[in-house]
Write a protein that binds this ligand. Structure first.
Ligand code: KG4
Ligand code: ZN
Length: 365
C-alpha cells in the first residue's frame, strides 16, 4: 500500500497528514492559527508565514507519530504549492522539498482547489470503507471556501473542466464579512452558521444575484452590501468621512439570529440555484453527472449540507460532501489527491515553485 505524507500551509492552517492508498487517512493534524489572526478579523500574511515556520516540523512529526509511521516508511511527500498566500506556501513547499531530498522520495505539488474537490473521497481508517471512485465520477463539483467559489465538471480526481466561478467575493469570504458586521467570532462562517440555527430565515429578504439567465458564475458582493446596509443603515458622507446611520450595537440576540439565518439562506439559495443550472446544462449536452461533489470550508455549513442532500434526492444523483474535519483546510486532501499523481509517476523536482494563483481556470485538464 502507498503511504503519502501531505503538507498544507496555504493560508492560516499548518497541516500534515499520512494517507494510505489515496483515501484511508491514517493521521491528519491541523494546527490552526485562528487565535493569532482573531484580533485583526482576517489573516495577516506575515503572522501566518512566521507561525507556519514555527509549527511545520512539530506538525509533521505529530502526523507521522499518529499514523505509527517512521519517516522512512513513506513513499512520497506531497505539498499544496498553489494557490495561497505566497509567504505561507513557501514554508510548506520548502519543508516538503527538504524531506523529499533527505528521504530520496518523490515530491508532488498539489493544487489546493483540486484537493478540496477530492476531500469527499477521504475516509478515516476507523470510518466506513472508502468510496469506490467509479461511483463518484463523472461529477458536478462545487468548491466553496474562503478564497474560492467555483463549479466544475469533474471526470476523475485529476481531470476537471471549469464551468463557472465567482466574479467578486467567495462564499466563505461573504460569510466572514457578514459575521464581522454582526460582531461574531472569527472565523465568521461557523459562528454565523451556529447563530442561524435559532433564527428565522424569512425575517429579512436579501438579494440573490444570479448574473443573468445563463451564467454559471457567482457574485456575493451585492448581498454583502445589502446585509451591511440592513444592519447599519445607508452610508453618509464621502471618502474618508463616510459613516453609517447605526453601529449595529442596537441589535438584540433574536434580531442577530434572524439576520444570520436570512443571510445564510440567501448564500445557500444562490449556490443551489447555480447547481440546478449547471446540472441542467450538463444534462442538455448529454453529459449528466453521476454525483455532486462539494468541498471547501463552506461545505461544513449545516444548511448547505442539508440542501445539497435534497438536491441530490430530487435529481436522483448521489451527493458526496467531506466529513467535517476534511471540509476546511487539511493535509489529508493533499496527500490523498497526490496518490493519483504518484501512481502515474507524475513527480515534481526540487524546482517546484510556490505559486499564489491557481491555473485551474486556464486549462481544462
Ligand atoms: O477551505 P477553507 O478552510 O480555506 C480556504 O481555502 O479559503 O475555508 C475557510 C472558509 C472561511 O471563510 C470560513 O468562514 C468558512 O470556510 N466556513 C464556513 C463554515 N465553516 C467554515 N462557512 C459557513 N458555514 C460553516 N459552517
Ligand atoms: Zn482551502
Amino acid at each position: 500500500m502507498t503511504h503519502i505524507l501531505g503538507i498544507e500551509t496555504s493560508c492560516d492552517e499548518t497541516a500534515a497528514a499520512v494517507v494510505c492508498g489515496g483515501c484511508h487517512v491514517l493521521s491528519s493534524v491541523v494546527s490552526s492559527q485562528h487565535n493569532l489572526h482573531e484580533a485583526y478579523r482576517g489573516v495577516v500574511p506575515e503572522i501566518a508565514s512566521r507561525a507556519h515556520l514555527e509549527r511545520i516540523l512539530p506538525v509533521v512529526r505529530h502526523a507521522l507519530e499518529e499514523a505509527g509511521m517512521p519517516v522512512g516508511g513513506i513513499d512520497a511527500v506531497a505539498v499544496g504549492n498553489r494557490p495561497g498566500l505566497i509567504g505561507s506556501l513557501i514554508v510548506g513547499v520548502s519543508g516538503a522539498k527538504a524531506l523529499s531530498w533527505m528521504l530520496g522520495k518523490p515530491l508532488i505539488g498539489i493544487d489546493h482547489v483540486r484537493a478540496h474537490l477530492y476531500a469527499a473521497c477521504l475516509k478515516t481508517v476507523r470510518g466506513e470503507a472508502a468510496i469506490e471512485q467509479t461511483e463518484i465520477y463523472p461529477a458536478l463539483g462545487l468548491v466553496v471556501s474562503g478564497g474560492h467559489t467555483s463549479l466544475y465538471e469533474v471526470n476523475s480526481p485529476v481531470s476537471l473542466r471549469p464551468l463557472g466561478r465567482t466574479i467578486d467575493d467567495a462564499a466563505g469570504e461573504a460569510f466572514d464579512k457578514a459575521a464581522v458586521i454582526l460582531s461574531l467570532g472569527y472565523p465568521g462562517g461557523p459562528a454565523l452558521d451556529h447563530l442561524a440555527q435559532t433564527g428565522d430565515a424569512e425575517a429579512y429578504s436579501f438579494p440573490r444575484s444570479l448574473l443573468g439567465r445563463d451564467s454559471l458564475d457567482f457574485s456575493f458582493s451585492g448581498l454583502k452590501t445589502a446585509f451591511l446596509y440592513t444592519v447599519r443603515g445607508k452610508p453618509k458622507g464621502r471618502g474618508r468621512d463616510v459613516y453609517f446611520e447605526r453601529t449595529g450595537s442596537h441589535l438584540g440576540d433574536d434580531q442577530k439570529a434572524d439576520l444570520a439565518a436570512s443571510f445564510q439562506a440567501a448564500v445557500v439559495d444562490i449556490l443551489i440555484m447555480k447547481l440546478e443550472r449547471a446540472l441542467e446544462r450538463l444534462d442538455a449536452s448529454g453529459r449528466r453527472p453521476a454525483s455532486l461533489v462539494i468541498g471547501g470550508g463552506v461545505s461544513a455549513n449545516s444548511l448547505l449540507r442539508s440542501r445539497a442532500g435534497v438536491f441530490g434526492e430530487s435529481h436522483g444523483i448521489q451527493v458526496f460532501i467531506p466529513p467535517m474535519g476534511f471540509c476546511v483546510d487539511n493535509a489529508a486532501m493533499i496527500a490523498g489527491l497526490a496518490y493519483h499523481d504518484f501512481i502515474a509517476e507524475r513527480y515534481d523536482d526540487l524546482g517546484l515553485p510556490a505559486v499564489a494563483t491557481t491555473d485551474i481556470f486556464d486549462k481544462a485538464c
